[in-house]
Design a protein around this ligand. Structure first.
Ligand code: G3P
Ligand code: CA
Length: 263
């Protein structure tokens, strides 16, 4: 069975503050095949890489991300809360890549400068709140970078993910050649374990769901879907998903995962 792709979840986010440029550059340096990031909209319509609706957990700001403009979000510190945001001997010198807001555009520029092909899994948050705007703006940005019709030799190959079937359907309508992942925390009643709906070629179950439903991965794969599992940080979980034969592993700890895969 082929070795799965390894994706760094919010960057190398166990070691460095999630969704910072430093966390993504670390994951690239460690050899991750790809990067995962969450995107949501600032008040003035910019795609920013922040997981939570609120700023409180991962920055020194308070309140909703969507209530602030890009300029306002850019004034905050997104790294100092994290224990990894302290210089250690032999580590890179801390600079604003450890603390500055990351926009999707800044991340794309960094990946394009990486000097090797990198896959990018972009998860759209809150499709219902934004009424389709997040998907429209995402596709417009990717189109500007020539990334809506991925080719194998592209320096960045983007896949869009969502827990929302509506968001997956919107991406399919806006950019039919972009691969999509339907994320699954539980198995919805309406889901049949054949081909996924709305053109999603990849299923994204959580590792808890894979553990609870041992036949899930083989059934999804037998029906022609690929399977990327999140968030696989523990050795037991990695053993489980490798035995299940998944196509991609999404982890906060890419170096540890790659070492266990002996790559
Ligand atoms: O990679 C999928 C995973 O990121 C989904 O959950 O909450 O970490 O965005 P969450
Ligand atoms: Ca995510």
């Amino acid at each position: 069975m082929a070795t799965p792709l390894v994706f760094a979840h919010r960057g190398a986010s166990y070691d460095l503050p999630e969704h910072t440029l430093a966390a993504y550059l670390r994951a690239i340096k460690e050899g991750a095949d790809g990067l995962e990031c969450d995107v949501r909209l600032s008040r003035d319509g910019h795609l920013v890489c922040v997981h939570d609706r609120r700023l409180d957990r991962t920055s020194n700001g308070r309140g909703l991300v969507s209530a602030r403009t890009l300029a306002e979000l850019d004034e905050l510190d997104y790294g100092s809360w994290h224990p990894g945001c302290v210089p250690a001997d032999g580590d890179e010198v801390l600079d604003d890549s450890h603390t500055r807001l990351l926009t999707l555009e800044r991340l794309l520029e960094a990946v394009l400068a990486a000097g090797r092909p990198v896959r990018l899994l972009v998860e759209t948050k809150h499709p219902s709140r934004y009424g389709g705007d997040v998907e429209r703006r995402l596709v417009a940005l990717l189109r500007r970078y020539g990334l809506v019709e991925p080719r194998p030799d592209d320096p960045v190959r983007v896949t869009v993910m969502s827990f929302s079937p509506l968001a997956v359907r919107r991406i399919g309508a806006l950019a039919p050649a972009l691969p999509t992942v339907l994320l699954l925390e539980v198995l919805p009643r309406w889901l049949r374990l054949g081909r996924l709906p709305f053109g999603a070629g990849i299923a994204g179950p959580g590792v808890g769901l894979v553990r609870a439903r041992p036949t899930l991965v083989p059934a999804l794969r037998a029906a022609g879907n690929q399977v990327y599992v999140w968030t696989v940080n523990e050795p037991d979980d990695l053993d489980l998903v490798l035995a299940a034969g998944v196509d991609g592993v999404i982890t906060d700890r890419p170096a540890q995962t790659l070492a266990r895969l002996r790559r």
